[in-house]
Design a protein around this ligand. Structure first.
Ligand code: SIN
Length: 461
């Protein structure tokens, strides 16, 4: 398969287009390696993970250049992604060392009770293109930390980052077979893994549509799942918020990877009293964002990943305008010399309302629709009026309000007075149509463990 530069479309390289056969060979290798890797001491495994974290940072420039080429994001963001990825290895290593058998107080003096954490076995991961390295790290680090072995399929747009990642893992001393990368036909590979029986878990980050298909396919072999799916994050600005700070957070959160993250604010809800002030400042800041190739040092907005992505943003803009929204910035692609027509300008729509597509569906692009609300109850009602539940953001100078609102929002992650919430040491994941399971910190490890309960009679009865 050809891998192309996201900005120019120029071929960067070719990778194998594997299918079911190769997918099963990967499972063979992972199964053979499982006994040795899971039997090693946690300290041994944590040491390898520590070396991986170190090697990722040591090869930062190399990774950043590849991520920016195949994904399109600005180099600064690619550098940030590498630190974020290395942190997943540190976090998993630390948490694995803390993980211990638990002795459970028994009501019956004739019995002692224990819970023993065990690796699930061979696990699979299917990762997206928006964070070509971090989403791999987020799934691989906890799996390896607890003694699982893994088979992985990276997104077809960004396999070169995954190949370099595999090289780093091998160089860091991971035994052969513990991590197996298969590039190629997504449906053939996932079908082979989910019907094999030796694969005991699949972790997937991607669309809700594909998540549903995988859930059906996982049913036959009762494969455990973690699904990090679409988001539709509300970004609520209360009348007592620090408006310049809220605008800065909105820009940072909304336009990261040109709006192509699951946790990007998707709907802006602003209190009527501060609406004009927020909108004026936000529009000025959005218009000032430099658009261009990710490899140019000044670029803040790179290309969208595909023509389909451009068409989806355009359709949402057209729909909103037809339903009464006001276009205040952007609204179309802008030409960049020598590049594909995929650079969508940061777009701001005022007077957005719930009947517009952009208020119902995830955009995955640089579109910020803004609506006005009256009181706190109305803001929460609009924010929760969606089957998705990944991230939400709230801005206020009243700590009690932030606490109250955070607890009432239906989602897995809340950014309170911040637009950037990702942290490898914290539990990342959603509810409802945004999926289930948590990645990061000790919560990430639990996804790869099976707890064995042992009840021992202290007197033979
Ligand atoms: C995602 O978009 O799936 C992940 C975003 C993040 O980790 O910040």
């Amino acid at each position: 398969m050809a891998v192309r530069d996201a900005a120019t479309g120029v071929e960067l390289g070719r990778v194998p287009c594997s299918g079911g056969q190769e997918a099963l060979e990967a499972v063979d290798a992972a199964s053979s390696a499982l006994g040795d890797w899971s039997a090693r001491s946690t300290t041994d495994r944590a040491t390898v993970l520590g070396s991986i974290a170190h090697a990722l940072r040591a090869r930062k420039d190399e990774f950043a250049a590849i991520i920016t080429a195949e994904n399109g994001k600005p180099l600064d963001e690619s550098h940030g992604e590498i630190d974020y990825s290395a942190d997943y290895f540190l976090s998993a290593a630390q948490e694995a060392i803390r993980l211990a058998e638990e002795s459970i107080p028994s009501r019956n003096p004739a019995r002692s009770l224990a819970a023993i954490p065990e690796p699930i076995g061979v696990v699979a991961a299917i990762t997206p293109w928006n964070f070509p390295l971090a989403m791999l790290a987020r799934k691989t680090a906890p799996a390896l930390a607890v003694g699982c072995t893994q088979v992985v399929k990276p997104a077809e747009q960004t396999p070169l980052t995954a190949i370099l990642f595999a090289e780093v893992l091998m160089d860091a001393g991971l035994p052969s077979g513990a991590f197996n990368l298969v590039t190629g036909d997504a449906s053939a590979i996932s079908r082979a893994w989910l019907s094999d029986g030796r694969v005991r878990k699949l972790s997937f980050t991607g669309s809700t549509r594909v998540g549903r298909l995988l859930m059906h396919a996982a049913a036959d072999q009762i494969v455990r799942l973690s699904l990090e799916l679409g988001g539709h994050a509300p970004f609520i600005v209360f009348r007592d918020a620090d408006i310049p700070a809220a605008v800065a957070a909105a820009i940072a959160g909304k336009f990261r990877v040109a709006g192509q993250t699951c946790v990007c604010p998707n709907r802006f809800l602003v209190a009527a009293e501060v609406y004009e002030q927020f909108v004026t400042r936000f529009v000025a800041a959005a218009r000032a964002l430099p658009i261009g190739k990710g490899c140019e040092p000044t670029t803040r907005i790179g290309p969208l990943i595909s023509d389909t992505a451009v068409a989806r943003v355009r359709a949402q803009v057209d729909d909103a305008l037809a339903k009464g929204a006001k276009l205040l910035a952007g609204g179309a692609t802008v030409p960049v010399t020598g590049c594909l027509d995929r650079f969508f300008a940061p777009t701001v729509l005022a007077d957005a309302s719930p009947e517009m597509l952009c208020f119902q569906e995830e955009t995955f692009g640089p579109l910020a629709p803004i609506a006005k609300f009256g009181d706190e109850a109305e803001a929460i009602r609009i924010a929760n009026a969606t089957p998705y539940g990944l991230a939400a953001y709230a801005f206020s100078s009243d700590a009690a309000r932030l606490d109250r609102v955070s607890r009432q929002l239906h989602c897995g992650i809340v950014g309170a007075n911040t637009g950037v919430i990702s942290d490898a040491f914290a539990p990342f994941g959603g509810c409802g149509w945004s999926g289930f399971g948590r990645e990061g910190g000790r919560w990430g490890l639990y996804e790869y463990l099976s707890w064995k309960y042992v009840c021992t009679a202290t007197r033979v009865s």
